[in-house]
Design a protein around this ligand. Structure first.
Ligand code: SF4
Length: 350
């Protein structure tokens, strides 16, 4: 089992659930919008927020944001060790350092001393983009990333600092997976997972789900951040969806619906997307399985294996609770009927 490291009150690693981190995207100068984004991300389910602190004068943002949110903040620092010192002084409970651009021993030593004195944890984050050279293969790059991180960690250890998390993020899945595997085979520091620079939305979601999913399934990773070239709340939603799909955490109901085919005689795509919107409005956070299926081939089976399920035939649907038929419905009524049954089940189960 890997060790437990704190980011403020948040425990990461050990037997704790895989945590979800998000990164703020609004420029610090636009404080009002930044606060709005932070509050939204906390509401979506982010358990720690990272903010890029580009200059010493920006480090005070931790005090402002902390008045509006209760999740811990991590300062993302590059190039200048004095920004890290300022971030610690201002009260960030965690900082991220890049071994590829803050590496002078004397400077790192100063950061360690300040972090120790203030109970601040450090993430040693190595990204593929931090190297200014080409590698012959993902494996060679992965090894180089691990080498850099280990060198840094050994220095932190010599200075008796152990509140360390580590991340290896490549813009491709293979490099990321290999680096995390190589590192976790020998080290016990908690790993922060992520694929970086993932590209447009759809491709990014697929890459993140495959890359992080494979590692999580192997038991590797204590905290995750999904990186999307998209508004930040999507990153939290995708992270939650990955964790829920792997059954590592449950955040709310799961909809099981078929892809439809020429057997389907209702507009199931429309029904499911409307149902999802309506279900979200209920703010139900119980991990119910709700099936909505297009025909009798797999419909009754999936519907009766779910907590609540609807299986369509010819424009009519049968609604199941567990494996019992509890009512009949139609294409136009099914969303309301399902929501009513979900509410009833929710009341029954408390
Ligand atoms: S459940 Fe029926 S409609 Fe849906 S994909 Fe399967 S066969 Fe097609």
């Amino acid at each position: 089992m890997n060790r437990v490291v704190n980011i403020g009150r948040l425990k990461v690693g050990g037997s704790n659930p895989v945590r979800i981190k998000a990164m703020l995207k609004t420029p610090i100068e636009d404080t009002k919008r930044l606060i709005r984004e932070a509050k939204r991300l906390e509401k979506e389910g982010a358990e720690a927020l990272r903010v890029a602190v580009k200059q010493r004068a920006d480090a005070g943002i931790v005090r402002i944001l902390s008045q509006h949110i209760s999740v811990p903040l991590v300062a993302d620092i590059h190039f200048d060790y004095r920004i890290a010192l300022e971030a610690i002084k201002e009260g960030f409970p965690g900082i991220r350092l890049n071994p590829l651009n803050i590496s002078r021993k004397k400077e790192v030593k100063e950061i360690i001393r300040a972090a120790k004195d203030n109970g601040v944890s450090i993430r040693v984050g190595v990204n593929s983009g931090g190297f200014r050279k080409n590698f012959s293969s993902p494996c060679v790059m992965a090894k180089a990333m691990v080498r850099e991180a280990k060198k840094y960690i050994r220095y932190l250890e010599r200075e008796k600092f152990f509140d360390t998390m580590v991340s290896f993020k490549g813009s491709d899945i293979n490099t990321t997976i290999q680096a995390n595997r190589i590192f976790s085979a020998k080290e016990t520091y908690p790993l922060h997972l992520g694929i970086t620079a993932t590209g447009p939305f759809l491709e990014a979601v697929v890459k993140s789900a495959i890359g992080q999913g494979i590692l999580l399934k192997e038991g590797i990773g204590s905290v995750m951040r999904v990186s999307l070239t998209a508004p930040s709340f999507w990153e939290v939603r995708v992270a939650k969806s990955i964790l829920q799909s792997l059954d590592l955490r449950r955040f709310g109901p799961e909809i099981i619906s078929c892809p439809t085919c020429s057997r389907c005689e209702v507009d199931l795509i429309k029904i499911v997307s409307r149902f999802k919107r309506e279900l979200e409005k209920t703010k139900l956070n119980k991990p119910l399985r709700i099936a909505i299926m297009g025909c009798v081939v797999n419909g009754p089976g999936e519907a009766c294996q779910a907590d609540i399920g609807a299986a369509f035939g010819k424009s009519k649907a049968v609604i199941f609770r567990k494996d019992k038929i509890i009512r009949r419905s139609t294409e136009s009524r099914v969303i309301g009927d399902l929501l009513e049954e979900i509410k009833r089940l929710n009341q029954l189960t408390g």
